[in-house]
Write a protein that binds this ligand. Structure first.
Ligand code: ADP
Length: 454
């Protein structure tokens, strides 16, 4: 069953049940109240008649007394314990009642009872008669008028229930439609996105703030996020392919040169092989960076611990000196600690050291210091620097400052975006200050101890 039909069915059934229950309660309470009040009236009238008859007993014949007090629609009877007493007197409309035999009762009795096919209020009051015997003054009164009124009430309640049910059914259908509309629209939009492959958004009522509009807004925000991620992904793939095409083209052209002239010209052979090797190394580095950036960060298997940052800096500087023959000086007056993953921190430092190497010619300086609950590794070069306008974009993937400035060994523009990912993973913070023509300083802020401990 569709959700819309379910909402309609459940709310209609619930409303109908509530209405019927309400009508039944009203009818039950009202009928009890009116029958009780009718019985109370008969009881009061019976008591009054009994008192007056007792007073007149002996002076007025009993049958005359009965005739004088007979109710407009009912019967009056005077009954002794042994069934003695004058014949019951009935009103003209209730002659049938006289056939019903009287039953003596030692105590006062009052009840609503069914007699001769009708419903009556019956009252029996014991009275000590003038001859010393106990007699029952019994008054029976027809309840037709009350029953008629109750019948009308039944009809009115049934009609009102039906009348109210009709708009309720319609309104619950409208309500179901109202709730379902945004959901249906959302489903249609999703189906459309699935079929056309294009991102679409829901049209929302800007004024309303209800939960359904909120849901639609969240859906639209999610689509915007998906769209931007999709665009980023597309750009990433196209940039990556573009980056890979250049070295591949170089390799292809050198390979065909080798094929044509390599065997006869040893100098061409050497130049081609060297070029192919260096392009292959570039491609390898690029694919490694791409794999790191595209892969899931959860698989980085971090090994976070409190480590000696001065030692890490010293080791990185040594490895760098050996690899590139560039002087890297480390300044640290004491052992400075930091909570990090050693391998990832080294990788991070290598990215910044590599940039310092690529974009400067003088010595690179590493300084370590602590400030509050953080330790800082500061890497400074006195190279070409980065202009203020370029600074905000250098962490974007594949972004390179002015291609013309990029030296021969410049990378693909992935180093800093990878650095941003690594620092996020190890809980470090990066600050980059640069002045064009003067140099660049990168600060890596590392928490001194585990955050859970604080
Ligand atoms: P790449 O691999 O091309 O160096 P990065 O993402 O590491 O890419 O850096 C992005 C750009 O920022 C570089 O192309 C370079 O122009 C600039 N840059 C980064 N570090 C420095 C630095 N220390 N000095 C001058 N320019 C830098």
């Amino acid at each position: 069953m569709k959700l819309r039909s379910k909402i309609h069915l459940y709310s209609s059934v619930l409303f109908a049940l509530l209405l019927v229950l309400m009508s039944l309660t009203i009818y039950y309470l009202f009928s009890r109240m009116s029958l009780n009040s009718q019985l109370e009236q008969t009881r009061a009238a019976g008591a009054k008649i009994a008192a007056e008859m007792k007073k007149a007993a002996g002076n007025v014949p009993e049958s005359d007394m009965l005739r004088a007090y007979v109710p407009a629609a009912g019967m009056i009877r005077l009954l002794g314990q042994d069934g003695s007493g004058p014949a019951a007197v009935t009103s003209a409309s209730e002659q049938e009642l006289s056939r019903v035999a009287g039953v003596y009762s030692a105590s006062s009795r009052s009840e609503v009872t069914k007699l001769a096919g009708g419903t009556y209020a019956f009252v029996s009051i014991p009275v000590v008669w003038h001859d010393g015997k106990v007699m029952n003054v019994q008054v029976t009164e027809n309840l037709d008028s009350t029953l008629n009124m109750l019948r009308v009430l039944r009809l009115v309640l049934a009609a009102v229930t039906l009348l109210v049910l009709l708009p309720l059914l319609i309104s619950s259908r409208i309500l179901a439609g109202l709730i379902m509309r945004p959901i249906v629209e959302m489903t249609l939009t999703m189906q459309d996105i699935k079929q056309s492959g294009k991102f679409r958004r829901l049209e929302l009522d800007g004024r309303s703030k209800d939960e359904l509009v909120e849901m639609g807004r969240t859906f639209n925000e999610m689509i915007t996020l998906l769209e931007s991620n999709y665009a980023k992904q597309e750009k990433f793939v196209s940039d990556a392919s573009h980056e890979l095409r250049t070295p591949l083209t170089v390799i292809e052209s050198y390979a065909s040169l080798l094929k044509r002239r390599g065997l006869d010209h040893p100098e061409v052979f050497l130049e081609s092989v060297e070029a192919i090797e260096s392009e292959a190394i570039r491609m390898k580095e690029l694919t490694e960076q791409l794999l790191l950036l595209a892969g899931p960060k959860e698989q980085w298997n971090l090994d976070m611990a409190v480590i000696n940052l001065a030692e890490v800096a010293e080791n990185s500087a040594k490895a760098f000196r050996n690899a590139y023959g560039r002087e890297v000086r480390v300044h640290s007056d004491r052992a400075i600690k930091g909570y990090s993953d050693e391998a990832k921190l080294r990788q991070l430092m290598f990215i910044f050291l590599d940039n310092a190497r690529k974009y400067s010619d003088e010595d690179i300086i590493i300084r370590l210091e602590t400030s509050g609950r953080e330790s800082c590794i500061r890497i400074t070069d006195r190279g070409i620097g980065i202009s203020k306008t370029e600074l905000p974009r250098i962490f974007d993937r594949f972004y390179r400052v002015d291609e013309a400035r990029v030296r021969e060994d410049g990378g693909a523009g992935l180093g800093l975006s990878l650095a941003a990912e690594i620092s996020k993973a190890i809980g470090a913070r990066i600050e980059l200050e640069s002045l064009e023509g003067t140099g660049t300083t990168v600060k890596i802020w590392i928490p001194s101890e585990s955050r859970e401990k604080r």
